[in-house]
Design a protein around this ligand. Sequence first.
Ligand code: PMV
Length: 316
Amino acid sequence: ALQPSAVACGKVILFGEHSVVYGQPALAAGLARGLTLHATPLPRPRDAIELSIPAWDLDLRLTPDSEHPVARACLEVLAHCDGPVTGWRLEGEARIPCGAGLGSSAALTVALARLALGAVVDGEPDLDEVIAASMIGERVFHGTPSGIDSAVAARGGVVAFERGAPCQAVALGASLWLVVIPSGIPRQTGALVAGVAARRDRMPEVIDPIIGALGQLVHRGRAALTGARLDVLAELTSVAHELLGSLGVSLPMLDRLCAAAVEHGALAAKLTGAGGGGCVIALCDTEALARGVIEGLAHSFPELARAPASAPFAVE
Ligand code: PMV
């Protein structure tokens, strides 16, 4: 049997996207609003598992011959967890958009692993086992993922990451608010990573120092988070956006969203994740939120509020 329901976080990269590919560290934060999966048994236990996540326009039957990556990933996660591979209906309540760099695939595989592993061990499953099971699915989606999305989707909070080392939880000196602003522009992480690599091949002596600087931002950002230095974080956030722009991964729309967030009261804003579309994050204090950052953005960009899962939202 599966657990009746399970949750997983979304994620944003705070600092270190792209430079993490070249061995630099990165910092990511879990979005408590992510995905909840509900499981109910089908009348016939041998029928294929039905998976429906309306906010992601996803409605699938998990059959062994399916070529759909979501079906393949989910079946591999269930098999890895010794969970049932037929006879259930899974209904997902997503409060993040998919394909926007917010870790939607890791949220799905983490929630699914929790449904299946909880049933096996009869209680809260072990976090490392959940993360390992999620990685099985993430490999189907992304080839050789770093693992940061799975770790953050399972743990939440702020996580420091370095390739080849275990993720570390980062304690915050004070709570801070982020407004997540999905641009609605689709993007492909692989193509953006390849674009940076091509620019680096053309002018390594120019691009390598930028990658190094993005790594240094992570060290300073971690210290500023622990020391509750919002002013420092704000400056680092703006510098990160400009450096990412110089790698060629921003877009005029992302630059406009950052500028508008600051105009409406945010302390600073940057693109998050691969860029080329996806999301912008705006660093806010409580006063900035009260001043109406979200309302101001919705006024300036009415096209942003297309659907509840893809409208700008605040997370603590
Ligand atoms: O797919 P996203 O938007 O979460 O971005 C991935 C982060 C990159 O550093 C650009 C790529 C990677 O594999 O770390």
